[in-house]
Design a protein around this ligand. Structure first.
Ligand code: BGC
Length: 269
């Protein structure tokens, strides 16, 4: 695979999807490969499927591979599992996938990947200031990008508002669970985004997740200070963001190794 290609894999509740990404354009190079998420979605079962998705594209050893996870991922380790099997907590995600796939990977939170993709290629296109990405799905995922720097694992879907976890009442899944009419759900979204604005003062808010396809139904009705726009990458954001993140990490690691090598080489005197 060429220098401008990386592979992204998105671990979701119902499917594990991957595709090679053209990093110049932020677009898939081939149709994505999807395998249903195994149930129970334990670390071993999921890692095995992620390895199958990676293998489907036969990446060369040098191709960066990024993988998203729907929970906090800190230094490769899963720290929370709000909507996935509890056995994930404490799992070394990077290592377990590397072991199954026989290929190094970089791992990050799913909303962080989506936000990074929107920042590089989508609605926030390299915008300065404070960009808040929210994904509305089973849970609420958030990504905060400040002057182009991703602040990882913000987890603002779990903010306590009026005594409840925000994703419990404002996520897309809450609509069905509580049988909300459109207007009732929009009122919940208004409450959520008003609180976000109060705390973060974003310059731009992006809304992703499956429901962003219906943005005409709810975005124009929200009264906020910052512009609030739909995500542009829709379903591809997780995969594209994971691929771009992995490529950036590989580049940073190579630069670091070069610097270290220079330091340890005796200099001419
Ligand atoms: C998790 C986040 C995740 C979001 C979307 C939340 O429940 O805590 O880490 O980004 O769901 O999957």
């Amino acid at each position: 695979m060429s220098k401008h290609i990386a592979l992204g894999v998105d671990i979701g509740g119902s499917g594990i999807k991957g595709a090679p990404v053209n990093l110049k354009k932020g677009e898939f190079l081939h149709d994505r490969h999807r395998i249903p998420t195994p149930q129970p979605a334990t670390p071993d079962a999921v890692a095995r499927v992620v390895a199958q998705v990676i293998a489907a594209f036969e990446p060369s050893k040098k191709t960066p591979v990024g993988v998203t996870f729907p929970g906090v991922v800190q230094n490769g380790i899963v720290k929370t599992a709000a909507n996935v099997d509890d056995s994930w907590i404490g799992t070394d995600l990077r290592k377990i996938i590397r072991d199954y796939a026989g290929h190094d990977v970089h791992v990050l939170n799913d909303a962080d990947a989506a936000g990074y993709a929107e920042f590089l290629y989508g609605g926030a296109h390299k915008r300065e200031g404070v960009v808040l990405m929210t994904t509305l799905g089973t849970g609420i995922g958030t990504a905060l990008i400040v002057d182009g720097v991703l602040v990882p694992n913000t987890e603002l879907g779990h903010l306590q508002i009026d005594g409840a976890d925000a994703e419990e009442f404002a996520a897309e899944s809450a609509r069905e669970r509580h049988n909300l009419t459109d207007d009732q759900w929009i009122a919940k979204l208004q409450r959520y985004y008003t609180e976000m604005e109060k705390l973060l003062w974003p310059d731009l808010i992006i809304v992703g997740g499956g429901v962003s396809k219906e943005h005409d139904m709810f975005l124009p009705k929200l009264r906020l200070r910052a512009p609030i726009i739909p995500a542009e990458l829709f379903n591809s954001a997780g995969i594209v963001g994971a691929a771009a993140y992995a490529a950036a990490r590989v580049k940073a690691e190579e630069a670091h190794t070069k610097k270290q090598a220079k330091k340890s080489t005796p200099q001419d005197v």
